[in-house]
Design a binder for this molecule. Structure first.
Ligand code: HEM
Length: 364
């Protein structure tokens, strides 16, 4: 980051030698992905007992193991990203830096991430199992299980590349991790989690949340899966693939606009809530989290602006062909990633902290 900011010396010491840009940039990307995923994992464990009639045995023990593995993963991958480019590890592919943007940490750490995500899915499934009804595959708890499992399955694409893999093949699968996470399954997970929060805060009914999740999933997966080709301008894909990709990725903006219309409707909710609070209605006992609500509105806004508008600007073929790797990508990447998933993570932290502190106050 220091090169971008022209911050190259510190008290006369050349920081570029100690922290080369390759390393700080990779730390930046990986820390962004890690903190967001950790918040989601934590929040899903936190809300699971609120949704399920009983907690399975040994749940706390498994969650503690996951926590320990995440700490190991965080520290290990940061060290590997540092040591790899500086030549600390002989077997850089396993322990160091793989050299692929967004899939930087060595294969060992990538494997550990896979184990953590797999444990997450299993533990969440165990927690939600009592709430899952046989014969009703599209209920809210099921959606949480489907979206987390899909995130896990998509990480498999990140294992394809080896130092000997052809660039075109390796880059294709690398994009499958990035794009399928960011623009397809993370979006579905976000919608499910936001839907759940709205239900738990008493703002929408379960049925309404399920309806929104249905539509969003159809639209995100329908446009997102084929839309991935907007990333393939530079890895030798045929013209027909590019054409298909550009049409479908342009359609990706539609679910975002629909979500924004929904958010516009949500905006009126605080007034409604305020009037209900003053009436002392049942809703007032549940809805005490205007800050959480504010960040959820933020998720919607940045989904529209960061992902939708700034994504759309670089998405049309004429722009897309020339803009790859420019500041336009940086604009879009930051606004979409921090705006949508970052704000969602902050909302989850606030939601959980408020419930924890409220319970403590009640206990006292
Ligand atoms: C919340 C959803 C989204 C997130 C988090 C996200 C994030 C990102 C990130 C981080 C990159 C940069 C990858 C790189 O530097 O190699 C990127 C690239 C790109 N995104 Fe998105 N994106 C989202 C949605 C969208 C949507 C809806 C569109 C289209 C309307 C879009 C169009 C693009 C394009 C065309 C690129 C390629 C730019 C390049 O490689 O230079 N994105 N996205």
């Amino acid at each position: 980051m220091h090169d971008f900011l022209n911050f190259t010396t510190f008290f006369g010491y050349d920081v570029r030698t100690l922290f080369p840009i390759t390393i700080t940039r990779s730390w930046h990307v990986q820390l962004a992905i890690l903190w967001i995923s950790i918040c989601w994992i934590g929040a899903s464990f936190f809300i699971a007992p609120l949704l399920s009639p009983r907690e399975p045995a040994n749940q706390k023990f498994i969650i503690n193991i996951i926590f320990a593995l995440i700490v190991l993963l965080g520290v290990g991958s940061m060290v590997s990203i540092y040591g790899g480019p500086l030549g600390f590890f002989e077997n850089w592919w396993w322990f160091g830096h793989q050299g692929w943007e967004y899939v930087e940490p060595g294969k060992l750490w990538q494997g550990l991430l896979f184990v953590v995500l797999a444990l997450w899915c299993v533990t969440l499934y165990r927690a939600l199992k009592p709430a899952i009804k046989v014969g009703q595959p599209w209920q809210l708890p099921n959606w949480l299980v489907y979206s987390t499992s899909s995130i896990l399955i998509l990480l498999l694409s990140g294992f394809v590349a080896t130092p000997k893999t052809n660039f075109v093949i390796a880059d294709f699968w690398r994009w499958c991790v990035i794009h399928m996470w960011a623009e397809a399954f993370f979006e579905v997970f976000t919608t499910v989690l936001v839907g759940y929060f709205m239900v738990l805060m008493g703002l929408v009914s379960r049925q309404a949340a399920i309806r929104v999740i249905y539509i969003a999933t159809l639209l995100f997966l329908g446009s997102g899966l084929l839309g991935i080709s907007h990333n393939f301008y530079w890895n030798a894909k045929p013209v027909a693939t590019m054409a298909l990709g550009s049409v479908f990725s342009t359609l990706q903006v539609i679910p975002l606009i629909l979500l924004t219309l929904e958010a516009w409707r949500f905006q009126k909710l605080p007034n409604l809530v305020e009037s209900m609070l003053s009436n002392g209605s049942a809703l007032s006992q549940k809805f005490g989290m205007p800050e959480v609500f504010l960040f959820l509105i933020g998720v919607n806004f940045w989904n529209f602006f960061g992902a939708g508008v700034l994504g759309f600007i670089i998405n049309l073929p004429l722009a897309n062909y020339y803009e790859h790797g420019t500041y336009l990508t940086v604009n879009h990447g930051h606004a979409a990633l921090m705006g949508v998933y970052g704000n969602l993570s902050i909302a989850t932290i606030l939601f959980c902290c408020q419930l924890i502190t409220k319970e403590r106050i009640l206990e006292r």
